[in-house]
Write a protein that binds this ligand. Sequence first.
Ligand code: ADP
Length: 259
Amino acid sequence: AEARLRQAQKMEAVGQLTGGIAHDFNNMLAVVLGGLDLAKRQMDRGTGDPRRHLDNAMEGASRAAALTRRLLAFSRADALTPEAVEPNGVIDGMFDLLERTLGEQIAIHKQVHACDWQIWADRNQLENALVNLAVNARDAMNGCGTLRFTTDCVVLQSGEVGQCPAGEYVSIAVTDTGCGMTPEVLERVYEPFFTTKPVGKGTGLGLSQVFGFVRQSQGEVAIRSAPGEGTCVTLYLPRHIPMAADQQPPASAIKAISP
Ligand code: ADP
């Protein structure tokens, strides 16, 4: 019986992993298909600049290629490559892509606190998390509305946000003017496979992946949402302070404290 339970747990883990990857891949294909569709329509009409949309499709395709490369890397057990990343820069780098993916009816705003704190995270995972949040916002807004990215540098007290220990954090808030969530939905959003979307549209893995990524990075997710009032998802990620060469303790100091 124990072996069967272990097997079931293993299968569940494999299911969550492959489901998560399929979810990301699906988002990327949505970018590719969306871009191709818009380009085709513009070419049919003979107006606009289809090249932009083709560029978008190509970018989506290369992200999908990067995902499969990471998948291969994962099977060699060197999946995540955390590095010092500046969230503002990541959002800037994705802005065009997000804008074109969400369509013309959704306005995207970016409010960036003038601070360049870095975090220690896998860049691709951060990008995937932001795409997940944007796609959720798009679905909640039914085609039109406003999506806002707000980054900030915050100092949290212990227990102020979930399990976060006291310290310095970069916060990234993604706010939409969509339908919002009932308390019953809000309670279950992190559950893998929990979705209120029709079959084929939602997998229920978006927010559980966002949560997994943020927890892996020692951060926390906070969601504020109410029916008719939109949703705000905030990621808190611990600040990473790069150690400059001239700030490293001199070798003599290290010797002094070692036994
Ligand atoms: P999926 O998007 O595939 O359904 P998620 O885990 O990303 O999976 O989301 C789970 C559920 O949480 C969604 O089906 C939806 O009901 C709700 N949800 C997530 N984000 C939002 C949002 N921005 N606005 C309203 N509801 C949301």
